[in-house]
Design a protein around this ligand. Sequence first.
Ligand code: THU
Length: 139
Amino acid sequence: MTPEALMELAREAMGRAYAPYSGFQVGAALLGESGRVYVGCNVENAAYGPTCCAERTAFFSAVAQGERRFQALAVLGGMGGVVSRPAAPCGVCRQVMAEFCPPDFPIYMGGPDGRIEKHTLSELLPLAFSGQNLQTDPA
Ligand code: THU
């Protein structure tokens, strides 16, 4: 699947964002190793803290459906669903990605006029904390 096709699915998901408090709508589309795509949108809450980002919604949905290995993520967002600049995933979502994805995992960020920026997970989250840090044997 092309980055453009994955981004289109993220855009559709962005349209389903539940963002009555910030007005900032985000959509994500996560391509599994199987070829299946898992979409997510941000889901806000009146208590603010329980809000879940689009990226984590997509990852958690995928894991809940039995997929844990992934090929790529597309994400885009904007106020009222209008994309004026690429939306970089937040730090919490980057940490969730690091749980399931390798350092060279591609993250496509949608910008205005259909432009797409590609970044890798290690660019967004260098020196990630991982399950290896919980091992007692030396590196
Ligand atoms: N948001 C995401 O969905 N993904 C991100 O990576 C950054 C922020 C959402 C959370 C909240 O609903 C809104 O954008 C404003 O922060």
